[in-house]
Design a protein around this ligand. Structure first.
Ligand code: ADP
Ligand code: MG
Length: 353
């Protein structure tokens, strides 16, 4: 009760932010206001001076098109920070954007508190890098939360029940599958195989089948536009892939359809399904019998592929649903824990000032 009141008063002076620092996308949620930032995790900087030229959406549009003097950098790789200074610059840019947003009136005098997700099983060094980047990016206090836990909370799973819940988050760099019960992770796998690997599969497919060299961005656009999992899920659509002919060196266009994309991404999908299956196999039998009732919830951008829920259902023999707005699950979970001080204490595992 007392904590509630203190919290209320304090929240007049500070923003509480939930941040999903993903390999592909970074999202920021302001408590009480909703998601205010949803941009690619991308930065373009000057090669020599290291000056940052563009961040987020603007930077992603420049990827693969930069002149020699500039370079596009992805500050995260496989879910963890790989370019510290760049990640810090990106976070600072987004946190400032929130601070200076005139719609978030009244402006707050104190730096924000942040709950931020990290992939399950990352090292202490990797966690510390996230905390340091957020603090240097402008936060006052940082709480870390396992991404699958945040996703489960975000999609509204009853994580504190004894009956068990299962969440699968297929992102850009990592796929995570976790069984959660009584407010903790019972079993979790995190594999570095997700959306980006599917894009690489499409690049390879174009090379092998048509001697066509395409960029990863082109591959991703094709996957999103016409992609599906398996051969019987949804309508067959078609899109043009434009790139360079590997033999003549000249521009060329090849059409790719849904079945082709399904074939190109199949090896990646198989690894993901295999890991989901193994996570179920490693789960204590009592919980498995509960899971058969409650089923599996899918989150992350990769879950948007048509046919993905059916493929997971087929692999696990359990009911599967795709979360509503699956790409915002983690950030919504991060934001939600501010509403419940007990939950904040229970599910966030570190705290630094
Ligand atoms: P992260 O948490 O790693 O930042 P996200 O959950 O934002 O990742 O998901 C990003 C991935 O989802 C990218 O690989 C992107 O290509 C993929 N993606 C986004 N929308 C779709 C879609 N409609 N169909 C298939 N894949 C998608
Ligand atoms: Mg993610």
């Amino acid at each position: 009760m007392a904590w509630d009141i203190i919290n209320k008063i304090w929240s007049c002076f500070t923003h509480d932010l939930g941040i999903d620092l993903g390999t592909a996308n970074t999202l920021v949620l302001v408590r009480g206001k909703g998601i205010v930032i949803r941009e690619p995790s991308a930065v373009v900087q000057h090669r020599k001076t290291k000056k940052v030229i563009a961040i987020g959406r603007e930077a992603k549009q420049m990827v693969g098109k930069t002149p020699n003097s500039l370079m596009a950098v992805q500050p995260l790789r496989d879910g963890v920070i790989s370019e510290f200074d760049i990640a810090e610059a990106m976070l600072r840019f987004f946190i400032r954007k929130v601070h200076q947003n005139p719609q978030l009136f009244p402006p707050k005098i104190s730096r924000p508190r942040v709950v931020i997700g990290v992939p399950y099983g990352v090292t202490e060094v990797e966690k510390k890098a996230v905390v340091d980047a957020v603090i240097r990016g402008g936060a006052r206090e940082v709480f870390l939360i396992d991404e699958p836990m945040a996703a489960a909370i975000g999609v509204g799973l009853p994580i504190e029940d004894a009956s068990g819940s299962m969440i699968v988050d297929i992102g850009g760099g990592t796929s995570e599958m976790a069984v959660i019960s009584l407010g903790g992770i019972v079993n979790c796998r995190s594999v570095r195989v997700a959306g980006n690997k599917m894009d690489e599969g499409i690049v390879e497919w174009a090379k092998k089948k048509s001697n066509l060299l395409i960029g990863q961005g082109t591959a991703e656009r094709a996957k999103i536009a016409v992609g599906r999992v398996g051969n019987n899920s949804g309508p067959v659509k078609e899109i043009a892939l434009r790139g360079r002919d590997l033999i003549s060196g000249l521009p060329k266009e090849v059409r790719i359809n849904s079945s082709d994309v399904a074939e190109a991404i199949q090896p990646t999908v198989r690894v993901i399904l295999e890991n989901i299956k193994q996570t179920v196999e490693e789960t204590p039998p009592e919980l498995v019998s509960d899971l058969m009732q409650t089923g599996v919830v899918l989150a992350g951008g990769g879950s948007l592929l048509s046919g993905m829920p059916e493929a997971v259902a087929d692999a696990t023999q359990m009911p599967v649903v795709r979360a509503e707005d699956p790409q915002t699950a983690v950030v919504r979970g991060c934001g939600y824990v501010f509403e419940k001080p007990d939950l904040l204490k229970k599910v966030t595992f570190s705290k630094w000032w």
